[in-house]
Ligand binder design. Sequence first.
Ligand code: XIL
Length: 300
Amino acid sequence: AATLGSAAAAKGRTFGAAVANGHLGESAYTTTLDREFTGITPENEMKWDATEPSRGSFRFGAADAIVSHAQGHGQKVRGHTLVWHAQLPGWVSGIGSGSELLAAMRNHIAGVAGHYRGKIAYWDVVNEAFNEDGTRRPSVFQQRIGNSYIEEAFRAARAADGSAKLCYNDYNTDNQNAKSNGVYNMVRDFKARGVPIDCVGFQAHLSAGQNLSTLQANLQRFAALGVDVNITELDVGGSGSAQANTYGQVVRACLAVSRCTSITTWGVTDKYSWRSGSTPLLFDGNYARKPAYTAVLQAF
Ligand code: XIL
């Protein structure tokens, strides 16, 4: 196949990129985006600080522009993200009472997921809720509401949008380890109790040459719980053939798991990567295809 998107489509998958609204006016950026990618995740525009900067007043302009771009180019949208400890406005962390914070969280989810109802393929409902040892991260939500905040978020998201697949998303969960065990146990419990969860996102912020020996088995064990699995924020620090090999490994692991339905890189071009001083993506700063690009195409 001639592009990432068509190669992925031939295997029934989506190949996406994180997109910043501020770059959509750059023709080289959108040319590459629309030629190669069949999915889009807004990089920052759907986060709480962007969508509800002050309590009860919602702003959707930047995110709407991305969704409209995606719809115009046949790209699936991954909503990112409804509940996260970072990029959270001060008014949220300032709520001292658990019941009040729960009400604010439900209202936020209803407002944002409701605004995009029917337009989102996958929602990252809760992001990065676990510590490396598999215990819960002590976010303001965890501290004030307790363990139940995650299932409350999923229930609120389902009520707001009955068609989006609802995902839990995290990093350093790619392999089987203490952190992914913690997430796995939560998903198993949610499935057993009927909490509406449909998918798990694996961010896959990686380094070239990193040991990924349990990635495929890890994706498979989650899929066996009855959820889709997605590679959601892939980027690989490094360069050249080492970087290319790691990209290829990730694609092969995903393809080996039938419920691994999408791979998304966290950006289009190295020049705008969030990992500053690094070149972790598939296109260089001039939008030239890198060895990693070729490795991804070959892996499909
Ligand atoms: C990053 C963005 O890429 C940056 O532009 C922003 O300054 C910080 O957030 N995990 C996530 C993403 O889930 O939302 C983060 O995105 C990268 C790490």
